[in-house]
Design a protein around this ligand. Sequence first.
Ligand code: BJW
Ligand code: ZN
Length: 300
Amino acid sequence: HAGVSSADVESFAEYLKGCRRILALLGAGLSASSGLPTFRGAGGLWRTHDATELATPEAFQADPALVWQFYSFRRHMALKAAPNKAHYALAELSRRNKDFITISQNVDGLSQRALHPSEQLHLLHGSLFNVKCTSFFCRYTRKDDFTDPIAPSLAIPKKSSLVKTDEDQGETGTKQIEESDEEIDISDIGHHLPDIPVKDLPQCPECNGLLRPGVVWFGEPLPSKTLKTVDEWIESDPVDLMLVIGTSSSVYPAAGYTDIARAHGARIAVINMEQSVKTLGENDWFFQGDASVVVPEILK
Ligand code: BJW
Ligand code: ZN
């Protein structure tokens, strides 16, 4: 991992020892080495769609089936993925230090599965495993629903092959479709997506309305209680250190926390494959590389 100089690692380790109040901001790059694609750059396309264009209320309104297929696929991928060494290192630091809070933009559930203490983990953009009702009169929500698929119509099809049935078993000459265990990669545009009627999409158990993923789309407010808790934590005392891990720092209000923490005294350590935070002070650190390698190394 080019870019991580041992002098920097040493000065960081020295500073970390004396740190009490630490804030971490997490982004999709943290889960990249667990095999989950990021939003921007390579991997940010799903079929022919820009991932950030599917993450909008307008996209859901225009084509709820397409957006549900996108989220159902991502739920499935996230459930198949495993937390990496960075998720575990952050969870460990969190358990050791009650003055450490993490604000995560990630919706994949990997920090939780690495046993990151939940009271120290604040989700800014919701979760792939939450749903909420879209009916304007209904307030139904459901958390931590790991059912996969979330509705039968959203099951990922298996590869099938045409096989000849054994002639001795009757049905001479007929052919049968046999299902294999191999899933079709529905993110590949070579595979045609079925048209799913809205009535077969996830349905509200209380009003039969259409459910939607419990994530925060562009133009929507972030959970106000979470923002309040985080703001109060930051404002209650100076912040010693902020870790900015695997995020392009391009989405607000999340990206704004770096300046806020700095204004409360924090030195910033950026861990990213590329320079993502535009302005770094001379007291800050930039550790370039894969978060799953760099984070455990600098936190050990
Ligand atoms: C690695 C790596 C490896 C790769 N190791 N690193 C101020 C200024 C301008 C605009 C705004 C503003 N305030 C608000 C806005 C509007 C908008 C916004 O920010 N727009 C910008 C694009 C300009 N913000 C909003 O709309 C927000 N809502 C809001 O402000 O509401 C106000 C309101 C108040 C009251 C009433 C109504 C409204 C909502 C933002 C919601 C974002 N939602 C998404 C989708 C979530 C659901 C889903 O997952 O599908 O959140 S968009 C997407 O971007 C997702 C992510 O959490 C978020 C951030 O992306 P992230 O994590 O940074 O990923 P990438 O792909 O961008 O970057 C990955 C990084 O990892 C890269 O840097 C790589 O180099 C690196 N990397 N591999 C380490 N192995
Ligand atoms: Zn409802």
